[in-house]
Design a protein around this ligand. Structure first.
Ligand SMILES: Nc1ncnc2c1ncn2[C@@H]1O[C@H](COP(=O)(O)OP(=O)(O)OP(=O)(O)O)[C@@H](O)[C@H]1O
Length: 279
């Protein structure tokens, strides 16, 4: 049998490039705390990239440095070839349209309908007609499966539906990047699964690069292509989630590997049970 010709795919270009970024916060007692320490990181275009670590490790701060919600004290942030850290406020406002963000607590406008929430970023930027805005909102709501909820208010929605509205709102300006800060931590297991499925579809169908902060290893395993482990403001290791052969250096990396192996055994056992029942 002829052997298959294999060639490694060309490395994806980094869409996000953090170059030696550091961030220090002033504390009430006058001292300061370095939450992110000299981190360099490249996120390839089209990937789903996880940031994991213990509470207080600096994951959220690192994520917020990508769209300059937190401005680094030193280092450079480059997204899609544009150095955000060198931009004026007006330039940055425009560049941020390329970077959507969703949060654990959804951050929706409570007194606005689902339609108005998703339309909000479209009204802020550019000169779109009402008809163009309505068309884009409808597209985004369809993408997240909420076409029938356009006139509802956030209080009338479940947690999972609220997060979908937040996803639709983040997608509305057609960003290349979506930053997700613990997007499923407030959701139950079933809802988490369906929100992760939506994020995966957005990545696969629209090619949106996703960076996700999570403390849930099951989320990493279900969603991420690659992951970086953050400890005390530093990235201590990075790996492809599918690579179970290379030894993991961090405790969390090893825990994730054990979880992957456990799931693998469980799946094999379940498919064995099914085959037995069928025979
Ligand atoms: N605005 C701020 N002022 C002072 N300290 C801050 C501020 N934001 C974050 N920190 C501190 O920086 C450190 C890193 O915080 P960060 O929220 O990035 O961690 P995290 O890994 O996301 O944690 P968690 O999983 O608990 O959200 C923490 O010790 C936190 O208290």
């Amino acid at each position: 049998m002829a052997s298959a010709v294999t060639s490694a795919p060309p490395p994806a270009r980094p869409l996000i490039h953090l170059d030696a970024v550091s961030k220090r916060f002033a504390l009430p007692d006058g001292r300061s705390f370095e939450a992110v320490r000299d981190v360099s990181l490249q996120v390839p275009a089209g990937t789903i990239f996880g940031l994991i670590g213990q509470s207080g490790a600096g994951k959220s701060t690192l994520l917020r440095l990508i769209n300059l919600l937190e401005r680094p004290d030193s280092g450079r942030v480059v997204v899609d070839g544009q150095e955000l850290t060198a931009m004026s406020k007006a330039q940055l406002r425009k560049a941020r349209q390329n970077i959507g963000m969703i949060f654990q607590q959804f951050n929706l406008l409570q007194n606005a309908t689902v339609f108005e929430n998703v339309a909000f970023p479209l009204g802020l930027h550019g000169r779109r007609s009402k008809a163009e805005i309505a068309e884009r909102v409808a597209e985004c709501l369809e993408l997240v499966g909420l076409s029938d909820k356009a006139s509802s208010y956030p209080a009338q929605l479940s947690g999972g539906q609220k997060q979908r509205v937040a996803i639709a709102r983040a997608l509305a300006p057609r960003p290349q990047v979506m930053l997700c800060d613990e997007p499923t931590s407030a959701l139950d297991t079933g809802t988490t699964r369906s929100v992760l499925q939506t994020l995966r579809e957005i990545n696969q169908k629209l090619g949106v690069t996703i960076v996700i902060v999570t403390h849930e290893l099951a989320v990493v395993q279900a969603l991420c292509d690659r992951v970086a482990v953050v400890e005390q403001g530093r990235i201590v290791e990075q790996f492809a989630v599918a690579d179970q052969a290379t030894p993991r250096l961090s405790t969390l990396g090893r825990e994730l590997l054990l979880e992957q192996q456990r799931q693998h055994i469980l799946q094999r056992w379940e498919s064995g049970q099914l085959a037995e029942r069928a025979s």
